[in-house]
Design a protein around this ligand. Sequence first.
Ligand SMILES: [Mg+2]
Length: 357
Amino acid sequence: MSAISDVRIYRAVSPLSRPIADATHSLSEISFYVVEAETECGVVGQGYILSFHYSPGAIAGALKDIRSIAAGLAPNETGVLARKAASEHEYFGHEGIQKWALAAVNVAMWDCWGRTLGVPVWKLLGTCVSRVPVYGSGGWLSYSVEELLDEVLGYVKRGFQAVKIKVGGGVEKDLERLRKVREAVGSGVKIMMDANQGMTLQDALLLSRKAEALDIFWFEEPIDHRDYEGYAILRSRSAISLAMGEREYGIEALKALADRRALDLWQPDLIRIGGVEEWLRSAAYAGACHIPVLPHYYKDYDVPLLCTIPNGVGAESFDWIDGIIDNTMRIEDGYAYPRSGAGWGFSFRRDALTPIE
Ligand SMILES: [Mg+2]
């Protein structure tokens, strides 16, 4: 089989019309690293990382370092890549930026393998469903109420049946924004809230109880993601479901929260957790614990993967890469459809990529 002969790294930027902020971060640009693996036969697969502006030297360095591990492997040898990386990464640590680099290459290899066979990844892995409910994400704390309503109504107009907004700007202010959103979208649209770990347990509990009347579908990362007991307290004292997972490098938090019956929805981040196999393993563990899966951010990979598992319940939609790829995902009437093309079915446009040497 044709082996990977070249691994290239690029940076890409998606324009942001205005800075945005949640309870823990302010963002002035949306930027990405794209890894491209090419086989001796010229088949090219891509995988990308949502990086923002953080630690550009460190993530580029980690990506450069893993190139030599991937070179010479067949595109389906993602397990060999993981084993070699496990040995190489033990010293500085399996978690952190090295895991992101490993995951980006893993995703590029799956693209490359699908393209080698001429099959979409979601068909390669075995298909459960062929479309996935999707929700409109954003609702940044930095938005004015007008901007917030503009965004959620824009999602509703596009057929979305669920929207998520940020909280953590003060309990009364959060409630006011949630009320305005409920009034604007009506009772037929689901509303979720996300504190990005930015609240104290006391405030999270207060908000959760008061927001019950607004029929909030889930409360995401209300508090520090390592505070498992706090999650257990919140879940026992409020009727609103709890969601988390995007900050996890493995399934330890899932295990801890499942043991405490303190989680309603598992939200793995494909890249942070280490790539396709780790994402699937975590989804299977969640399934064994009767916890549904609705992953974080990467809809262009998550929708195909969700089509292959029995306990997927939806995907998060941002459109940050839509302006710099060649084949945007079809979203209609609140559902996202996996692409029919081989691999992941889309590529970053050449003119959007800046090579990193
Ligand atoms: Mg979140």
